[in-house]
Write a protein that binds this ligand. Structure first.
Ligand code: ZN
Length: 238
């Protein structure tokens, strides 16, 4: 049984929070994948932040997989069709950068991102769209850009055409109600999905801000890592 742990929204404005999550993972014996946003909200190009890059390089040298996670993460300058609104309902506060993109647009975005990461020495094999939102038929654009795997809320997808069902534990600290609800969902996942072959834990910069969420994250990390070993995404490519 496999456990995949990742930290989402790794970008200069979220550096301190990402570092806290990184420490939490390392204390649990886990090297999480880092989902990097090259230009968070169009105002934080990673190339210009030496402290961020130095931390990211250190994490990569400890074995962290670097995965591309959008270009700027938000939906600035994009308009949603009705079908996009339905897919995104309740899922994100306009942080679904890839929600409205077709395959060619997604290919261009992923290509730009991978080029930027490679120029900095990071060999990213995967791409995860912000909020896990993308059009199904656009997914081929990700592979055309050279990424070998991607994921949404329910599964991991490979350029080979393979799909692995993988429930994801994630929390939301955006409002007190969502925080409490996500703690209950996490508890339910443990009871119902304990024996599922591939499980994901997706951590976000806001998770440790809310005490109930922080406690739940620590509890779930401890019990899932006691049950199964954490593996990199790349282990699924073999
Ligand atoms: Zn994200």
């Amino acid at each position: 049984m496999t456990l995949l742990v990742s930290i989402h929204d790794v970008a200069p404005p979220n550096l301190a929070a990402a570092q806290r999550l990184w420490k939490l993972c390392r204390d649990a014996g886990v090297v999480p994948a880092l989902l990097v946003v090259p230009d968070w909200h169009g105002t934080a190009p990673i190339e210009r932040d030496a402290a961020f890059l130095s931390w990211l390089r250190g994490a990569a040298s400890e074995g962290a997989e670097i995965i591309l996670h959008g270009e700027r993460h938000d939906e600035a300058g994009r308009s949603r069709a009705l079908s996009d609104e339905i897919r995104a309902a309740g899922r994100t506060a306009r942080e679904g950068e890839c929600l409205t993109l077709d395959a060619a647009e997604l290919e261009a975005l992923v290509t730009r991102g991978l080029v930027r990461l490679r120029a900095l020495g990071f060999d990213a094999q995967g791409f995860v769209p912000p909020a896990w939102l993308m059009r199904q038929d656009a997914r081929r654009g990700i592979y055309a850009a050279g990424a070998r795997l991607t994921e949404d809320e329910t599964a991991i997808y490979f350029a080979s055409g393979h799909r692995i069902a993988a429930p994801a534990l994630r929390w939301s600290a955006r409002t007190p109600f969502r925080a409490r609800a996500s703690v209950l969902v996490a508890e339910g996942r443990w009871r119902l999905r304990r024996h599922t072959p591939v499980m994901r834990i997706a951590l976000h910069p806001g998770d440790l801000r809310h005490p109930a969420v922080a406690a739940s994250v620590a509890r779930e990390m401890a019990r899932w890592t006691a049950l199964r070993s954490a593996e990199p995404y790349a282990s699924l490519l073999a």
